[in-house]
Design a protein. Structure first.
Length: 374
């Protein structure tokens, strides 16, 4: 284990200091003028519901109450209780929708100021972000929001992400927070499944062939399950030296990790781009602790590419025109990953399929039994 890393120094004041309502309104107007406000679908739905509740539901309920008071005669006062409950529900819907709308406006005002105060930039919304991580190719309606980006000493992006999966007539929206870090060279596809955020099995949206699991020394296996492509075990050991393993344990034990192409992703099922200073302190500290070790990863090379380049029949470009022949044994492989190391093999989760089949068989048996029972 390494000594605890100091938290990255950053200016969190824009996340919590009082804001001028006039400045918030002016900023929202500026966003609308640039046509980049991109109100989230949930906010739009909330506003529509609030309008319907305010314009339709409340007047109808008020009218009904007046009619009950005028024409109710000797009817019991309890007859008005359902209408009063409906009115209260309508008022609550309006209040929640307005509060959510105001909260979203303030968030869109605070996060750009927070980004600028820390030498970073802010992007409100990116549809279908072109990132190679496992969560970015699933479902539909894929969108990243509230992106905070830095470029020094390397590109880092903090964002919230969601996608929708359709299953028959039903759909489910999945939400993630992520940190994307650009690496110097492509690396083998390696996944660290954090055990600290799992409930009933892995929370990752992809499942990998168990034969690709690699056990590392120390107590690393108590915190992560590591998957690497078959044949790349020695490469994973080169990348995950004891000091790097200790940094992951100390700073990212609650985060799932994926290395794919020349990117490193940290995943969590909570919002990453938020107004919570503690979340930013945690993430800045985790990224800062890992960045100092990425120069070591930049020196990794896939020896399989050198073998491919020297294989009989492999193209040699203009080598024949050179007045000398360099000894191939001394040539370093180019940056990159051989095809067999670029992606982990996925596996099928049979338990949900078995449960679904059992439910179908039980339903069919019940229908048949009901039919012949009558």
């Amino acid at each position: 284990m390494t000594a605890p890393q100091p938290q990255a120094s950053f200016d969190a004041r824009p996340l919590w200091e009082p804001v001028d309502p006039a400045a918030v309104r002016a900023f929202a107007a500026e966003l609308r003028a640039r046509r980049t406000e991109g109100v989230a679908a949930s906010t739009v739905i909330g506003i529509v519901v609030a309008v319907l509740a305010g314009v339709v539901l409340v007047p109808v309920v008020v009218t009904a109450l007046v009619a009950l008071a005028v024409h109710g005669g000797g009817s019991s006062p309890l007859a008005a209780v359902p209408l009063l409950l409906i009115a209260a529900a309508g008022a609550a819907i309006v209040a929640l929708a307005v509060a959510g709308w105001r909260r979203a406006r303030i968030t869109r005002y605070r996060l750009p100021r927070f980004a600028r105060a820390n030498g970073m930039s802010y992007v409100e919304r990116v549809a279908d972000p072109p990132l190679p991580g496992m969560i970015f190719s699933l479902g539909r309606s894929r969108v990243a929001t509230d992106l905070v980006r830095g470029t020094h000493p390397r590109f880092v992006e903090f964002g919230n992400y969601q996608y929708t999966v359709q299953s028959g007539k039903n759909s489910t929206t999945y939400r993630w927070g992520y940190v994307a870090v650009k690496l110097d060279v492509p690396l083998p596809n390696i996944v660290l499944d954090a055990k600290g955020n799992n409930a009933f099995g892995s929370n990752l949206p992809a499942h990998f062939d168990r034969a690709q699991r690699l056990s590392l020394e120390g107590d690393f296996d108590q915190h992560f399950t590591l998957y690497c492509p078959s044949g790349y075990e020695a490469d994973a050991l080169y990348l995950f030296t004891p000091d790097i393993m200790a940094r992951f344990i100390d700073n990212a034990a609650e985060l799932d990790v994926e290395i794919v192409d020349d990117w490193l992703f940290l995943y969590t099922q909570r919002r990453v781009s938020t107004l919570d200073p503690a979340t930013w302190a945690w993430l800045f500290g985790a990224v800062g602790a890992l960045l100092v070790k990425f120069d070591q990863w930049a020196r990794w090379r896939d020896e399989r590419l050198a073998a491919t380049a020297s294989a009989p029949g492999a193209p040699h470009g203009d080598a024949a025109s050179l007045p000398f022949a360099a000894p191939t044994g001394l040539l370093a492989p180019p940056p990159g990953v051989a095809p067999q190391g670029r992606r982990l093999r996925r596996s099928v989760q049979w338990l949900p399929i078995v449960i679904a089949l059992a439910a179908g068989v039980f339903w069919l048996w019940a229908r048949v039994a009901d039919t012949f029972g009558h």
